[in-house]
Design a protein around this ligand. Structure first.
Ligand code: GDP
Ligand code: IMO
Ligand code: MG
Length: 428
């Protein structure tokens, strides 16, 4: 079976930590979409490590990590990531495979990302400027480059043709590339050579062969469902399908192979970049959450916007993903509050109260309707089972499970691998 783990909010829910925690139960961990816009943080044995394109199963033994066909891969970032892993002495050329069908991010894709954002001015998306949108654009336009192309004698030809097209657009936007492109191209071609030592494969065979042999696959989502190209807060979204269905197209597995869908969410909400955010707290409370939760981007270092938990949004993303189990993250960040708010409904401009997401959150000014909970005001660091939780936290969890109609399988209370509250005591 392929189990899928994905973010139910606007990204940065803590996917990296949980993939690393669950990885020992799997033989394959695979990324199926996104690219270096992702920043997945893992903490263990006093180390903190941020992964961007490499799956978060990489630190566990005997796991095949796959960068799937749905990913957009930047060779330069890949080389940096591999260099950054050197100190861990991992057998990377054996336990990492890259799909030949994954798209390649060229230096000009990054420049195009910046040029498009610049042209949008005030209405910019707040992209991570990693070239994600322009690379997916070329994929859909059937003119993109793929990892398999680096093995072809026509690679430079293909590259030059695509870059010539990009330069036309950059010129039209009066975007200066001449000063940066030569160095960027040098780094790019060096990184492309570097990539050749890794297994570049038709990874859909690796995944399906693993399934035929009864091995278990964990598909690691990037970004979050509210950033999904179709169902997110369009146009303030990323350019890939971040949902469970994306795991099928992004890895080459049939829908019937999907098993559990783990939906992961923070006990509050954050968002980086522009776009609507109904429960945003642009005040002291939001600032407290930001400081306590260290809500600064793992990829760009930008300050994350913070707000209370949004149940209409969460119900929506549970629905479109077919979530089977919930995982709640960063509950410890709320330890400091006397009262905790949860948005249960939206009030529309005409006074109607609804649980449904409006067609366009950008055009429809919803007012969140909140329910207030008593805070637990205690340290959760040593708690490992649901039975030991303070009564206020237990009430909060029970309310969420009833409202969302799903069990919360576990709760995370710190960045560290070990800090998990389980439903039952776990024996090693
Ligand atoms: P991802 O993109 O979904 O993998 O999440 P990020 O790594 O971008 O952001 C999550 C941040 O929260 C990271 O800095 C994690 O180390 C941290 N984190 C994860 N779980 C917890 C938790 O339960 N409590 C706290 N305080 N931090 C956490
Ligand atoms: P992980 O996997 C949070 C946001 C950007 C921007 C929008 C579009 O770490 O959860 P893009 O570069 O994709 O064109 O940017 O999406 N964004 C993320 N926000 N976490 C991420 O990834 C994100 N990846 C993209 O901030 O608003
Ligand atoms: Mg992140």
């Amino acid at each position: 079976m392929v189990d899928v783990l994905l973010g139910l909010q606007w990204g940065d829910e803590g996917k990296g930590k949980i993939v690393d925690v669950l990885a020992p139960q799997y033989q394959v961990v695979a990324r199926f979409q996104g690219g270096p816009n992702a920043g997945h943080t893992l903490e263990f044995d006093g180390f903190k490590h941020v992964l961007h394109q490499i799956p978060s199963g990489i630190f566990r033994n005997d796991i095949l990590n796959i960068i799937g066909n749905g990913v957009v891969l930047d060779p330069v970032v890949f080389k940096k990531e591999i260099d950054g892993l050197a100190k861990f002495n991992l057998p990377l050329t054996q336990n990492l495979q890259i799909s030949k069908k994954a798209s390649i991010i060229l230096p000009t894709h990054r420049l195009l990302d910046a040029a498009y954002e610049q042209a949008k001015g005030e209405s910019k998306i707040g992209s991570t400027l990693r070239g994600i949108g322009p690379t997916y654009q070329d994929k859909v336009a059937r003119q993109g480059m793929r990892v398999g192309d680096i093995l072809s004698p026509n690679f430079a030809d293909k590259y030059n043709k695509l870059v010539a097209l990009h330069k036309v657009i950059l010129d039209q936007n009066n975007f200066d590339y001449a000063s940066v492109l030569p160095q960027a191209e040098e780094d790019f071609f060096a990184a492309v050579e570097f990539m050749k030592q890794f297994s570049l494969t038709d990874s859909e065979y690796a995944v399906n062969n693993a399934l035929t042999d009864g091995r278990k696959v964990l598909a690691e989502g990037a970004q979050g469902s509210l950033l999904d190209l179709d169902f997110g807060s369009y146009p303030f979204v990323t350019s890939s399908s971040t949902m469970s269905a994306g795991a099928c197209t992004g890895l080459g597995v049939a829908p019937g192979q999907i098993g559990e869908v783990f939906g992961i969410f923070k006990a509050y909400c954050t968002r980086v970049g522009s776009g609507p955010f109904p429960t945003e707290l642009d005040n002291e409370v939001g600032e407290k959450i930001r400081q306590e939760g260290r809500e600064f981007g793992a990829t760009t270092g930008r300050s994350r916007r913070c707000g209370w938990l949004d149940l209409p949004a969460l119900k929506y993303t549970i629905m479109i993903n077919g979530v089977t189990q919930l995982i709640m993250m960063k509950v410890d960040v709320l330890n400091i509050f006397d009262e905790i708010e949860v948005c249960t409904h939206y009030q529309l401009p005409d006074g109607t109260v609804t649980e449904q997401m409006p067609y366009d959150l950008c055009d429809t000014a919803v007012t969140p309707v909140y329910k207030t909970f008593k805070g637990w005001r205690s340290d959760l660091a040593n708690i490992r089972t649901f039975d030991e939780m303070p009564a206020e936290l237990a009430d909060y969890v029970q309310f969420l499970e009833e409202a969302l109609g799903l069990p919360i399988s576990f709760i995370s209370t710190s960045p560290d691998r070990e800090a998990i509250i389980h439903r039952q005591a776990v024996t090693a």
